[in-house]
Ligand binder design. Structure first.
Ligand SMILES: Nc1ncnc2c1ncn2[C@@H]1O[C@H](COP(=O)(O)OP(=O)(O)O)[C@@H](O)[C@H]1O
Ligand SMILES: CC(=O)OP(=O)(O)O
Ligand SMILES: [Mg+2]
Length: 411
């Protein structure tokens, strides 16, 4: 089965093609083809990068005015040119999409229909920098590949759909809950994949493990995972709550928002932009939301970059402490996402706060940032792992499990 995966983020559209046979391999497969469009790296331009399992590469630049055209150009490299891996677009059996907000209704991978698309559009109100671009990917496939290929939405909220009420009900008005204002949690595809991979790496059963998974990418969240179930998480009704992030504030006193709204000239749109796009590492450093830029500015003794890093670590430690309390103990702390997998200084400083529990990193292993490895010292009472998140692979597996093929879907 040939499975195309689209993972749309606020700044990029990533895509992979996997081929899966009749049984699921133990380890994630390397995609036959991988591509990415970066919408923000160069102002006014969409940068396309493609590589194949066979080592072919392709790069292109298109004006940003027509995003659909850029997506079409990216997908064409599947069946044309040096990166060709398919004879024909109709060779694609199924397309899987990461969809960030699935609300209360969508708790399982779901075949996309007009009704599902309406729900994704409706929920864009709560995930304004995510759901619209997820929908854009779905509509691009409809236009480029037609309606005969089945499309599946895999929701980032799904893994957290069994949180206990005390973790998902906000202590505001009871009516909030009746209106669907509750904690949903996000990055579920990544948290679930990393939990399963951790159990595999440790040679333990997931159903007897207490884990905290730290997804630290552009967006950042933690999950407290008990016996394979998410029982608490730091993101909430929207992907804005919790940890300090690249350009998002994470949790701030809601009184600040009331104060800002009362100030002349401040409205919901401006607040949205301020909290989602101009805050976090970017807002504090005044430089960038990219941890690599923050670390190099710290090396140049930039005081605002240092402050941004210190707040990031403080927020991370504090929220790990909260997840620890929800779990009542911990077998392994897991780092994933671009920052979690690569920034040794973040892991070192976060872990230092938990030495009193007998958690101890192996400093050399930590400095080397190895993928899918236990980096705790031999004596450590809590294991610490780096797991390379593979959301696209997890989406492909969900599609495979749904058991669709172009043949069965079209009868
Ligand atoms: N070598 C590195 N050292 C520190 N941070 C890194 C490194 N590589 C990537 N990052 C960070 O990872 C972030 C992106 O993480 P990623 O998981 O790819 O994000 P996304 O949420 O877009 O999927 C970047 O903003 C960057 O700060
Ligand atoms: C849900 C979310 O924050 O996703 P991302 O980290 O991709 O922005
Ligand atoms: Mg991501």
């Amino acid at each position: 089965m040939k499975i195309l995966v689209l993972n749309a983020g606020s700044s990029s559209q990533k895509s992979c093609l996997y081929e899966l046979g009749e049984s699921l391999p133990q380890e994630p497969l390397t995609p036959l083809w991988e591509a990415q469009i970066d919408w923000t790296k160069q102002p006014g331009m969409a940068l396309i990068e493609v590589k194949t399992g066979g080592g072919a590469v392709f790069e292109d630049k298109l004006p940003l005015d027509d995003r659909l055209k850029a997506i079409a150009s990216m997908l064409e490299t599947l069946w044309c040119g040096d990166t060709q891996v398919l004879d024909n677009p109709t060779d694609i059996d199924i397309v899987g999409h990461r969809v960030v907000h699935g609300g209360e209704e969508y708790r399982l991978p779901t075949l996309i229909t007009a009704e599902v698309k309406d729900a994704i559009a409706r929920l864009a109100e709560y995930a304004p920098i995510h759901n619209p671009v997820n929908l854009e990917g779905i509509e691009a496939i409809e236009q480029i590949l037609g309606n005969s290929v089945p499309q599946v939405a895999v929701f980032d909220t799904a893994f957290h759909s069994q949180l206990p009420p005390a973790a998902y009900v906000y202590p505001g008005l009871y009516e909030w809950l009746e209106q669907g204002i509750r904690r949903y949690g996000f990055h579920g595809i990544s948290h679930q994949y990393c939990a399963q991979r951790t159990a595999q790496i440790l040679g333990r059963n997931l159903d007897s493990l207490r884990l905290i998974t730290c997804h630290l990418g552009n967006g950042c969240s933690l999950a407290a995972i008990l016996n394979g179930y998410s029982i608490d998480t730091t993101m909430g009704f929207t992907p804005l709550e919790g940890l300090m992030m690249g350009s998002r504030s994470g949790s701030v006193d809601p009184g600040i928002l009331i104060h800002l709204l009362r100030q002349s000239g401040m409205d919901a749109e401006k607040l949205d932009k301020m909290l989602n796009s101009l805050s976090g590492l970017k807002g504090i450093s005044g430089l960038s939301g990219d941890m690599r830029h923050i670390l190099s500015a710290i090396a140049q003794e930039n005081p605002r970059a240092t402050l941004a890093f210190d707040i990031y670590v403080h927020s991370l430690r504090k929220h790990i402490g909260a997840m620890l309390a929800s779990l009542g103990g911990l077998d392994a702390l897991v780092f994933t996402g671009g920052v979690g997998e690569n920034a040794a200084a973040v892991r070192e400083q976060a872990c230092a706060a938990f030495e009193f529990l007998g958690l101890q990193l192996d400093p050399q292993e930590n400095a080397a940032s190895p993928r899918d490895r236990d980096i705790a010292s031999f004596e450590s009472k809590i294991r610490v792992l780096i797991v390379h998140t593979q959301e696209d692979w997890a989406i492909a597996v969900s599609c495979w499990q749904l058991g669709f093929s172009a043949a069965s879907a079209t009868g």
